[in-house]
Write a protein that binds this ligand. Structure first.
Ligand code: DX5
Ligand code: ZN
Length: 217
Protein backbone atom coordinates (compact mmCIF):
# COMPACT_ATOMS: atom_id res chain seq x y z
CA UNK A 1 0.00 0.00 0.00
CA UNK A 2 1.27 3.50 -0.77
CA UNK A 3 2.46 5.49 2.18
CA UNK A 4 0.12 8.29 3.22
CA UNK A 5 1.67 11.76 3.18
CA UNK A 6 0.37 14.32 5.66
CA UNK A 7 1.98 17.75 5.10
CA UNK A 8 2.23 19.74 8.33
CA UNK A 9 0.93 23.26 7.89
CA UNK A 10 3.23 24.40 10.69
CA UNK A 11 5.78 25.07 7.93
CA UNK A 12 3.25 26.70 5.58
CA UNK A 13 2.79 30.43 5.03
CA UNK A 14 0.43 31.34 7.89
CA UNK A 15 -0.74 34.43 6.01
CA UNK A 16 -2.31 32.21 3.32
CA UNK A 17 -3.16 28.91 4.93
CA UNK A 18 -6.25 28.23 2.80
CA UNK A 19 -4.23 28.60 -0.40
CA UNK A 20 -1.43 26.44 0.99
CA UNK A 21 -3.86 23.62 1.85
CA UNK A 22 -5.41 23.74 -1.62
CA UNK A 23 -1.94 23.57 -3.13
CA UNK A 24 -0.82 20.45 -1.24
CA UNK A 25 -4.21 18.83 -1.88
CA UNK A 26 -3.69 19.32 -5.62
CA UNK A 27 -0.08 18.19 -5.27
CA UNK A 28 -1.13 14.72 -4.06
CA UNK A 29 -1.23 14.90 -0.26
CA UNK A 30 -3.38 12.29 1.50
CA UNK A 31 -4.14 14.19 4.72
CA UNK A 32 -3.49 17.63 6.18
CA UNK A 33 -1.51 17.59 9.44
CA UNK A 34 -2.50 20.33 11.86
CA UNK A 35 -0.19 20.91 14.83
CA UNK A 36 -2.01 22.34 17.83
CA UNK A 37 0.31 23.67 20.55
CA UNK A 38 -0.51 25.42 23.81
CA UNK A 39 2.74 26.90 25.17
CA UNK A 40 2.33 24.60 28.18
CA UNK A 41 2.68 20.96 27.12
CA UNK A 42 5.10 22.15 24.43
CA UNK A 43 7.04 25.43 24.27
CA UNK A 44 5.16 26.93 21.34
CA UNK A 45 1.67 28.25 20.56
CA UNK A 46 0.00 27.60 17.20
CA UNK A 47 -3.52 26.90 16.02
CA UNK A 48 -6.94 26.66 17.68
CA UNK A 49 -10.29 25.21 16.59
CA UNK A 50 -11.44 28.42 14.89
CA UNK A 51 -8.55 28.21 12.47
CA UNK A 52 -9.35 24.55 11.76
CA UNK A 53 -12.96 25.55 11.06
CA UNK A 54 -11.87 28.34 8.71
CA UNK A 55 -9.64 25.92 6.80
CA UNK A 56 -12.24 23.18 6.45
CA UNK A 57 -13.84 24.46 3.21
CA UNK A 58 -10.46 24.56 1.47
CA UNK A 59 -9.96 20.80 1.11
CA UNK A 60 -11.85 17.52 1.32
CA UNK A 61 -8.76 15.68 2.58
CA UNK A 62 -8.91 14.28 6.10
CA UNK A 63 -7.70 16.76 8.73
CA UNK A 64 -5.09 14.96 10.83
CA UNK A 65 -5.15 17.03 14.02
CA UNK A 66 -2.21 16.56 16.38
CA UNK A 67 -3.02 17.94 19.81
CA UNK A 68 0.02 18.96 21.85
CA UNK A 69 -2.02 20.51 24.63
CA UNK A 70 -2.69 19.71 28.26
CA UNK A 71 -5.41 19.12 29.17
CA UNK A 72 -6.85 18.00 25.83
CA UNK A 73 -10.23 16.67 26.99
CA UNK A 74 -12.00 20.06 27.27
CA UNK A 75 -11.14 20.84 23.63
CA UNK A 76 -11.87 17.54 21.89
CA UNK A 77 -15.40 18.46 20.94
CA UNK A 78 -14.35 21.86 19.57
CA UNK A 79 -11.76 20.23 17.29
CA UNK A 80 -14.24 17.54 16.25
CA UNK A 81 -16.89 20.13 15.39
CA UNK A 82 -14.36 22.31 13.59
CA UNK A 83 -13.88 19.49 11.08
CA UNK A 84 -11.02 17.30 12.29
CA UNK A 85 -11.28 13.74 10.99
CA UNK A 86 -8.50 12.31 13.09
CA UNK A 87 -7.68 13.60 16.55
CA UNK A 88 -4.38 12.53 18.08
CA UNK A 89 -3.52 12.98 21.73
CA UNK A 90 -0.40 12.41 23.85
CA UNK A 91 -0.49 10.07 26.89
CA UNK A 92 2.22 12.30 28.43
CA UNK A 93 -0.37 15.07 28.51
CA UNK A 94 -3.31 12.98 29.64
CA UNK A 95 -3.57 10.66 32.65
CA UNK A 96 -6.88 9.35 31.25
CA UNK A 97 -5.73 8.53 27.73
CA UNK A 98 -7.82 5.31 27.61
CA UNK A 99 -11.01 7.28 28.20
CA UNK A 100 -9.94 10.09 25.88
CA UNK A 101 -9.45 7.71 22.95
CA UNK A 102 -12.91 6.27 23.54
CA UNK A 103 -14.41 9.78 23.69
CA UNK A 104 -12.87 10.67 20.33
CA UNK A 105 -14.35 7.54 18.73
CA UNK A 106 -17.71 8.27 20.36
CA UNK A 107 -17.65 11.63 18.57
CA UNK A 108 -17.48 9.69 15.32
CA UNK A 109 -13.84 10.63 14.72
CA UNK A 110 -10.72 8.53 14.29
CA UNK A 111 -8.58 8.41 17.42
CA UNK A 112 -4.81 8.68 17.45
CA UNK A 113 -2.20 8.33 20.17
CA UNK A 114 1.18 10.11 19.88
CA UNK A 115 4.33 9.28 21.82
CA UNK A 116 7.36 11.48 22.44
CA UNK A 117 10.90 10.21 21.77
CA UNK A 118 11.48 9.75 25.52
CA UNK A 119 8.33 7.72 26.16
CA UNK A 120 8.70 3.92 26.35
CA UNK A 121 6.69 2.17 23.61
CA UNK A 122 5.07 -0.07 26.25
CA UNK A 123 2.70 2.81 27.08
CA UNK A 124 0.86 1.78 23.91
CA UNK A 125 0.20 -1.82 25.04
CA UNK A 126 -3.26 -1.22 26.51
CA UNK A 127 -4.18 1.21 23.70
CA UNK A 128 -3.61 -0.62 20.40
CA UNK A 129 -7.21 -1.68 20.00
CA UNK A 130 -8.56 1.72 21.02
CA UNK A 131 -6.80 3.74 18.36
CA UNK A 132 -6.93 4.12 14.60
CA UNK A 133 -3.51 5.78 14.38
CA UNK A 134 -0.26 5.69 16.31
CA UNK A 135 1.99 8.71 15.88
CA UNK A 136 5.65 8.18 16.68
CA UNK A 137 7.38 11.49 17.32
CA UNK A 138 10.84 11.38 15.77
CA UNK A 139 11.71 14.81 17.23
CA UNK A 140 10.73 16.39 20.53
CA UNK A 141 7.49 18.19 19.76
CA UNK A 142 7.25 21.97 19.67
CA UNK A 143 8.92 23.09 16.47
CA UNK A 144 9.32 22.22 12.82
CA UNK A 145 12.66 21.89 11.11
CA UNK A 146 14.41 19.67 13.69
CA UNK A 147 16.65 16.68 12.90
CA UNK A 148 15.26 13.15 12.82
CA UNK A 149 16.21 11.10 15.90
CA UNK A 150 17.71 7.85 14.54
CA UNK A 151 16.67 5.80 17.60
CA UNK A 152 13.09 6.23 16.37
CA UNK A 153 13.66 3.50 13.75
CA UNK A 154 13.80 0.67 16.31
CA UNK A 155 10.69 2.04 17.99
CA UNK A 156 8.81 2.14 14.68
CA UNK A 157 9.84 -1.47 13.95
CA UNK A 158 8.62 -2.61 17.35
CA UNK A 159 5.23 -0.91 16.99
CA UNK A 160 4.82 -2.13 13.38
CA UNK A 161 5.38 -5.71 14.56
CA UNK A 162 2.80 -5.34 17.32
CA UNK A 163 0.24 -3.95 14.87
CA UNK A 164 0.91 -6.85 12.50
CA UNK A 165 0.59 -9.43 15.27
CA UNK A 166 -2.67 -7.94 16.48
CA UNK A 167 -3.97 -7.73 12.92
CA UNK A 168 -5.45 -4.26 13.41
CA UNK A 169 -5.70 -1.65 10.63
CA UNK A 170 -3.86 0.96 12.71
CA UNK A 171 -2.05 3.64 10.71
CA UNK A 172 1.57 4.00 11.87
CA UNK A 173 2.52 7.63 11.35
CA UNK A 174 5.92 9.23 11.97
CA UNK A 175 6.40 12.95 12.66
CA UNK A 176 9.54 15.07 12.75
CA UNK A 177 12.58 15.48 10.53
CA UNK A 178 11.03 13.56 7.62
CA UNK A 179 12.70 14.35 4.30
CA UNK A 180 13.90 12.54 1.18
CA UNK A 181 16.88 11.19 3.13
CA UNK A 182 15.04 9.85 6.21
CA UNK A 183 11.73 8.80 4.61
CA UNK A 184 12.94 5.53 3.01
CA UNK A 185 14.32 4.10 6.29
CA UNK A 186 11.19 5.13 8.16
CA UNK A 187 8.99 3.30 5.65
CA UNK A 188 11.24 0.24 5.67
CA UNK A 189 10.88 0.20 9.46
CA UNK A 190 7.11 -0.07 8.98
CA UNK A 191 5.64 3.45 8.88
CA UNK A 192 2.48 3.70 6.78
CA UNK A 193 2.06 7.49 7.04
CA UNK A 194 4.56 10.35 7.10
CA UNK A 195 4.16 13.87 8.41
CA UNK A 196 6.33 16.40 6.59
CA UNK A 197 6.40 20.12 7.24
CA UNK A 198 9.69 21.62 6.10
CA UNK A 199 10.27 19.01 3.36
CA UNK A 200 7.00 19.93 1.63
CA UNK A 201 6.17 23.57 2.41
CA UNK A 202 9.72 24.94 2.29
CA UNK A 203 10.34 23.36 -1.10
CA UNK A 204 8.53 26.22 -2.86
CA UNK A 205 4.97 26.27 -4.22
CA UNK A 206 6.06 24.92 -7.61
CA UNK A 207 7.71 21.89 -6.00
CA UNK A 208 4.99 20.59 -3.68
CA UNK A 209 4.07 17.76 -6.06
CA UNK A 210 7.68 16.59 -6.45
CA UNK A 211 8.37 16.97 -2.72
CA UNK A 212 5.40 14.77 -1.84
CA UNK A 213 6.18 12.17 -4.51
CA UNK A 214 9.84 11.96 -3.44
CA UNK A 215 8.87 10.98 0.11
CA UNK A 216 7.04 7.80 -0.94
CA UNK A 217 9.14 4.64 -1.37
C1 DX5 B 1 6.54 19.04 15.77
C2 DX5 B 1 5.29 18.82 14.96
C3 DX5 B 1 5.57 18.37 13.57
C4 DX5 B 1 6.34 19.35 12.74
C5 DX5 B 1 7.17 18.58 11.76
O1 DX5 B 1 6.18 19.29 17.08
O2 DX5 B 1 4.46 17.85 15.56
O3 DX5 B 1 4.37 17.98 12.91
O4 DX5 B 1 5.51 20.25 12.04
O5 DX5 B 1 7.99 19.48 11.09
P1 DX5 B 1 9.19 18.99 10.17
O6 DX5 B 1 8.63 18.09 9.11
O7 DX5 B 1 9.73 20.26 9.66
O8 DX5 B 1 10.16 18.25 11.06
ZN1 ZN C 1 2.72 17.01 14.39
Amino acid sequence: MTTLISPSILAADFAKLGEEIRAVDEAGADMIHIDVMDGHFVPNITIGPDVVKALRPHSKLPFDTHLMIAPSTPYLEAFAEAGSDLITVHPEADPHIHRTLQSIRNMGKKAGVAINPGTPVGVLDPLYELCDLILVMSVNPGFGGQSFIEASLGRIEHIAERIQTLGTQTILEVDGGINAKTAPDVQRAGATALVAGTAVFRSGLESYEAAIRTLRL
